[in-house]
Ligand binder design. Sequence first.
Ligand code: AMP
Ligand code: GLY
Length: 416
Amino acid sequence: MRVLLIGSGGREHALALGLVADPSVEVLFAAPGNPGIGTVAGMRDVVFTDPAAVAALAVECSADLVVVGPETPLVAGVADAVRAKGVPAFGPSAAAARLEGSKAFAKDVMTAAGVPTARAYSCADAESVGRALDDFGAPYVVKNDGLAAGKGVVVTEDRPVAEEHARACGQVVIEEYLAGPEVSLFVVTDGETAVPLLPAQDFKRVGDDDTGPNTGGMGAYAPLPWAPPGLVDEVMRDIVHPTLAELRRRGTPFAGLLYVGLAITTTGPRVIEFNARFGDPETQAVLALLETPLAGLLHAAATGELAAHPPLRWRAGAAVTVVVAAEGYPAKPRTGDVIHGAEVSGIIHAGTVRRAADGALLSAGGRVLCCTATGSDLAAARDAAYELVRGVELAGSHHRTDIAAAAVAGRITIPG
Ligand code: AMP
Ligand code: GLY
């Protein structure tokens, strides 16, 4: 089949590698892509948040499948526009992508579906913000009610900081703090049938030991050696299926990738957030372990035929990805620095560009590279991923040194 992949980050590079490894893929196009993606795909230029432009490109490429990576085009209705041209698209409609696009909408769906999550208030003025902060107490959780690339959430013990974030955002969701280790579970669905991928863990804070501000994600690993047996089945039964049923009931079925961000609390798994697309950088780790051909799986979901798809097959062992970030990320990333040592198998490109004059590889975003490796166990995968990090030269760059470290040391415990 002919596949068009929309996006330009590390997640899309990982998806591109998975798609071209599928023998049923005859040709892969990517738009706008990045230099890593360009090594395996024909690159096209498109404004990826423009539904009509993406749909026209899908037709021009004679695509049999369009895979939409990021949330902004999904929320803008890119998948709807592609489907309207008769081309199967992997990615939810704009209406269903509101599960990610609006925190308040997601809470409303969860309440209607009886899905366990943090209690929350939607607030738009200082008075209601104050009441919500009083009700829950510290640590305070204040979320921008819109897309914010993983950076719209402040979790703090400091009340003035919480109040200031609420003021800066305008419309916010303030919620109860959920204590417990976090899990990212990705579910491929055609709206009815739902297939979970391996659970993963992401590292949201910029610094070691979960210090500093939130980022888009500084590293990830899969699977989770500490996860309670039955966790995935429980999440599918109590969270995923009720949510999908509620969206069908509303006439806006969710087909694509449902990303369930969970905290494993004393009272069981509870939803921290839903996203409407593959997570970044968890995808880099999870797809490194997927043996089932990726394009066939996504095509089955895009065409409502997931029930007939064979069970997923996974490689034994574990995968770890470590993000190499630009100086100043997340506040003010510096771009335009020359990168050496990144054209190596396992190094996934996120924010990179090629300089036209001499072909040099330059940093072009906050998260620049994702050093991704597999191993027979988590310790081996972690060592191999850090070996890749050591081979990268990028002035001023930084990375976390503790990705998967607590899991390797057996230091992750479920409260209670
Ligand atoms: P979100 O964008 O909603 O995923 O939030 C980003 C990060 O903030 C999450 O991955 C958590 O680490 C943290 N967070 C968000 N909501 C909560 C909550 N209710 N309790 C504890 N931590 C939270
Ligand atoms: N890894 C977090 C996200 O993709 O939102």
